[in-house]
Design a protein around this ligand. Structure first.
Ligand code: ADP
Ligand code: ZN
Length: 737
């Protein structure tokens, strides 16, 4: 049956305490105490309107006894909102995230109140008309037509009846006044069909069936469990976790499926529709306000059973959440690196615990964290080592760019070009992957050597030739590409250095003038619709060569694609980042995995300057397990996550001096603690962003250390920043930013 509304509706009681603690969605960590108007009582979780300064804020009654204060000196709540209260599980979730990330609780609460629109009440019933059976006092051909259309006795909107009869609405009004029609409440619009978990899915392979059965058991169990579905690209993971969704729905609970860049991938929604006969609700940044509040209301009432969401969906107030799926759980876009710095994959596990729900992490290239958790027995591990339908994984080869690279000024090695010739001749598709938007990452002056830099960031401006502009990828600063050097004034001396996807497209087009080429890059795709059309064209075979950024690595299925060329396989290998090897492996394995998903086998060529690098060697040898073994050992030896903990403090200021001065204050105040090392201060690799200079301090700690507690003690021991200096805290940073 349908989930029950949470049991703790605001209770009305005459023995109400005169004060309550209210958490407001502002940058405050603590709840504020308010007086409760006489005759009103509110329980924990109730949504209330509270005065704050001169404004009114929507807040949530938080747990805990208010301090003993004289209620007459407090501000009084303005009102109680008629909406389901925020559940105990959600309140603990907010508390815990704030505790772990050091973000103010109010800032976390703000994420949990998204989509709460006080203006958007339940849609009101609308008034229509129906025939009374009474003859009109006067008949005309138009009146006869309207009465004939209304003769079935059904209630219709006036305009609908007029249109059906081919008459004007004034005719309908006349009949109403005449008593031949009467006003009546329109039936509510038909509810969108609910996903039906009892529809049969496709027959599963043996490997899929055993994984699906295990997941279904977890998802139906009303208990907290985590499972890692570790299945190679094309192994059919989606089909497997859809069975878990079916099981959660059959158990009467709701399901949340998170996917990276959901705004860009309609394919997953289509697969849901195929499986359950109805589309799921969707939640991401570009969903409009009205739709958001409808989704929020729907999940809170239990009306909406399945939501496919970006990371922010994790904060939706489900009435009875039984399953969270984190698809492509390794994806870096699950980490939010502004405001509240949190990793949605990790927080999904936490929410699952508070909700007594099953959590399914799925990936072809799981994070080391999840692999290690599975090995330690904390997560159930379900492996799908082979592609579905007996298809082969793509064969991966390296092209040594030091000896077999292209001539100067070109980017596609002869070996890749000849593979493209064969692929084109066979009527198959090639994907050229380069994780760099625009035409060229650097523009410099041939005459004086001046480099075009962003005025707000320590970054080069990237030429976007299709738009004839230079763009900063960090702050969005942009301007037309100048004709002459802004430094020495020499005309036509600016040259583009290095390739971006636009330049690769030009090179491919020059080599294959007849080929139909599509470019997939977030800045060139206007919105979801344009992307959808482009993806459909590729899937239909209307495109011969696809040139794309990392966007193309995510979940697309192009059956005719048999060749993948990674233009720069080394793009992340050199980074001073403990996860660089893992990230490179994941992206290249995923992009190679786009090849050979149809009937014909696929092949991937990696252009590299480091063919001996262990990551490249593991990819070429198809030694997935070997890669994880080596990477795990290296992380363990270095005490890096998941064998140790990391956190970063990023100190930023409008001048380098103020930022540095505060970083030194912090460094001196760092408490001594067993198993904790503080590194820095040092300039952050991106030393200036949006006009702010950035200095970082790193904390490296043993697994046993409570890093958030350490950071809290540290920040409390140091003087507060002044003069526009800010300190951002990043627990479990994705990279050494
Ligand atoms: P993954 O997410 O593991 O990369 P998918 O779930 O996208 O793999 O499956 C790969 C391809 O195999 C898709 O085209 C999918 O439709 C197909 N497929 C997977 N499982 C089945 C099945 N049981 N029956 C029919 N087709 C399947
Ligand atoms: Zn910039």
């Amino acid at each position: 049956g349908r989930p029950q509304a949470p049991a703790e509706a605001p209770l009305i009681s005459t023995f109400a305490p005169p004060t309550v603690e209210v958490l407001l969605p502002v940058g405050l960590d603590r709840a504020l105490t308010y007086a409760v108007p006489e005759g009103v009582a509110v329980g924990p979780g109730a949504l209330v309107i509270a005065p704050l300064g001169r404004r009114l804020e929507l807040g949530v009654v938080w747990d805990g006894a208010p301090p003993q204060v004289d209620a007459s000196r407090l501000k009084t709540l303005e009102g109680v909102v008629d909406a389901p209260p925020l559940s105990e599980a959600m309140r603990r979730f907010v508390d815990w995230i704030a505790e772990y990330t050091l973000a103010p609780r109010g800032q976390v609460l703000r994420m949990a109140l998204r989509g709460l629109d006080l203006g958007a009440a339940e849609p009101k019933p609308k008034i229509g008309v129906r025939a009374t059976g009474q003859a009109p006092s006067r008949r005309t051909p138009a009146r006869d037509k309207a009465l004939a259309a209304a003769s079935d006795g059904r209630v219709r909107a006036k305009a609908e009846l007029a249109e059906a009869a081919g008459v004007s609405t004034s005719v309908v009004d006349g009949l109403l006044a005449d008593g031949a029609l009467q006003a009546a409440t329109l039936p509510p619009p038909p509810r969108p069909p609910q996903p039906d978990p009892h529809r049969p899915g496709p027959p599963l392979s043996d490997a899929q069936a055993s994984a699906a059965n295990a997941l279904a058991a977890l998802a139906g169990a009303r208990r907290f469990h985590v499972a890692l579905v570790d299945g190679v690209t094309g192994s059919g993971k989606t089909e497997v976790y859809l069975e878990a969704v079916a099981a959660a729905l059959k158990a009467g609970r709701q399901a949340l499926v998170m996917a990276p860049e959901i705004a860009l991938t309609g394919a997953l929604l289509d697969r849901f529709a195929d499986r359950f006969g109805a589309r799921p609700a969707v939640w991401h940044a570009s969903v409009g306000d009205k739709r958001r509040s409808a989704v929020r209301r729907g999940v809170a009432s239990g009306e909406i059973r399945v939501v496919v969401a970006a990371r922010s969906g994790l904060f939706l107030p489900f009435a009875d959440l039984g399953l969270i799926v984190v698809d492509e759980e390794h994806d870096a876009s699950y980490k939010q690196e502004e405001g509240v710095f949190y990793n949605a994959r990790d927080m999904a596990v936490l929410r699952g615990r508070f909700e007594q729900a099953a959590v399914v992490l799925a990936s072809a290239t799981p994070s080391l964290e999840s692999r290690v958790n599975a090995e330690r027995g904390r997560y159930a591990k379900l492996a799908l080592p082979d592609r579905f339908g007996g298809r082969a994984l793509p064969r991966i080869e390296a092209i040594d760019m030091r000896t077999a690279g292209p001539p100067r000024g070109q980017w596609l090695a002869p070996k890749l070009v000849s593979a493209m010739i064969q692929t084109l001749a066979a009527g198959e598709q090639t994907l050229l992957f380069l994780n760099r938007r625009g035409y060229a990452p650097l523009t410099l002056c041939r005459a004086c050597g001046h480099r075009m830099k962003c005025p707000n960031c320590s970054a080069w401006l990237v030429e976007h030739r299709f738009q004839a502009r230079l763009v900063c990828h960090h702050c969005g600063h942009t301007g037309p590409t100048p004709r002459s050097c802004p430094s020495c004034g020499t005309a036509d001396a600016l040259v583009a250095c290095g390739p971006g996807v636009e330049r690769i497209r030009d090179e491919a087009q020059a080599r294959f003038p007849e080929a139909r080429i599509a470019i997939l890059s977030s800045d060139l795709i206007a919105g979801g619709e344009a992307l959808r059309a482009e993806l459909d064209a590729i899937a239909r075979g209307d495109v011969d060569i696809v040139v794309g950024t990392q966007m193309v690595t995510k979940g697309h299925n192009f059956p005719n694609l048999t060749l993948v060329g990674a233009v720069d396989a080394d793009f992340a290998l050199g980074a001073a980042d403990p996860r660089a090897g893992e990230r490179t492996f994941q992206i290249l394995e995923q992009v190679a995995g786009r090849a050979g998903r149809g009937d014909r086998p696929g092949r991937a060529l990696l252009q590299t300057h480091e063919p001996e690098h262990p990551v490249i060697k593991a990819l070429v040898a198809a030694d997935r397990e070997g890669f994880y073994r080596v990477e795990t050992a290296a992380r363990q030896a270095a005490g890096m996550p998941p064998f140790g903990r990391l956190a970063a403090l990023i100190v930023s200021g409008t001048t380098r001096e103020t930022a540095e001065a505060h970083a030194r204050v912090l460094a001196r105040a760092a408490p001594k603690a067993e198993g904790v090392r503080v590194l820095g201060p040092a300039e952050a690799p991106l030393a200036m962003v949006r006009g702010r200079h950035r200095i970082r301090l790193l904390v490296q700690a043993g697994r046993e250390v409570d890093v958030p507690a350490y950071l809290r003690a540290w920040l409390a021991a140091a003087a507060a920043p002044r003069g526009g200096v800010r300190v951002a805290v990043d627990v479990d940073p994705q990279s050494f930013v």
